[in-house]
Design a protein around this ligand. Structure first.
Ligand code: SF4
Length: 245
């Protein structure tokens, strides 16, 4: 039998219900609504195409300032020459790598970037992505940003898509949609946008992966220089207001 003193210490269920919980994150709710709307319209995007983490990382470097179709040709050429492993790429003469990746444009520069990343990966983790998956995220991101030619967008694409780390790739496509929906300032830079999304959404690599790919899809299909809002699956989120251009 319960002691009388214990019974009086337990508040009634109705009292618990009156205690206010933490404020609801309306931005999170909106972002998740946008995500679900895009997923319904476009389906899973299956990013990033690649047969191994190293191939994905190489693709992220090769697609800098280049359409993916051109970068994919360069990746295929590296694969055909059996250069898509850190040790093989590091051992290959620079001219051989440069010739293979010529379709990606600025191929001498990208050869140096690819080799710089590969040298870092070999020195830091023995060429294996397992270590990059387990290392503390902040320091490993800072180290990657110090590799010459790797900007935040490339680094975050490598961390997210090749290493499965929970970072959001806040590229120009993502920023354009979020700014047009007044979630971000029009002038928000890469870091501001990345931190904003990461602050409001669960720290989930699968969610960041799919959301980024879907924002690219909606940008290319509807949210172009002149937005096609009337046909866009995200038009309801504008709540009757014009997008902020
Ligand atoms: S096209 Fe219009 S509704 Fe669609 S994402 Fe862009 S601003 Fe939003």
């Amino acid at each position: 039998m319960m002691a009388p003193s214990m019974r009086s210490a337990r508040p009634a269920l109705s009292a618990w219900r009156r205690i206010p919980g933490p404020p609801r994150d309306l931005v999170r709710a909106r972002l998740l609504r946008l995500y679900r709307g895009l997923l319904r319209r476009f389906g899973p995007q299956g990013w990033w195409p690649g047969r191994s983490p190293f191939e994905i990382a190489a693709g992220a470097i090769l697609t800098q300032h280049t359409a993916w179709s051109q970068a994919a040709r360069a990746v295929a050429a590296l694969r055909a020459r059996r250069l898509l492993s850190p040790r093989a790429l590091a051992a290959a003469p620079e001219g051989v790598v440069a010739e293979a990746i010529r379709p990606a444009g600025t191929y001498r520069l990208k050869t140096r970037r690819l080799r710089g990343f590969t040298a870092w990966l070999l020195a830091r983790f023995g060429g294996r992505f397992e270590g990059m998956r387990r290392a503390p995220l902040g320091p490993v991101r800072r180290e990657l940003l110090a590799v010459p030619g790797l900007g935040p967008e490339t680094v975050d694409a490598i961390l997210l898509y090749a290493a499965g780390r929970p970072v959001f790739v806040a590229d120009a496509y993502a920023r354009r949609v979020l700014a047009r929906h007044r979630l971000l300032a029009r002038t928000a830079d890469y870091e501001t946008a990345r931190e904003f999304v990461q602050a409001h959404l669960p720290s989930d690599p699968a969610l960041f992966n799919e959301l980024h790919a879907l924002l690219v899809a909606v940008s290319k299909t509807y949210c172009r220089a002149i937005p096609l809002c009337a046909a866009c699956p995200l038009r309801r989120d504008l709540a009757g207001r014009p997008p902020r251009l």
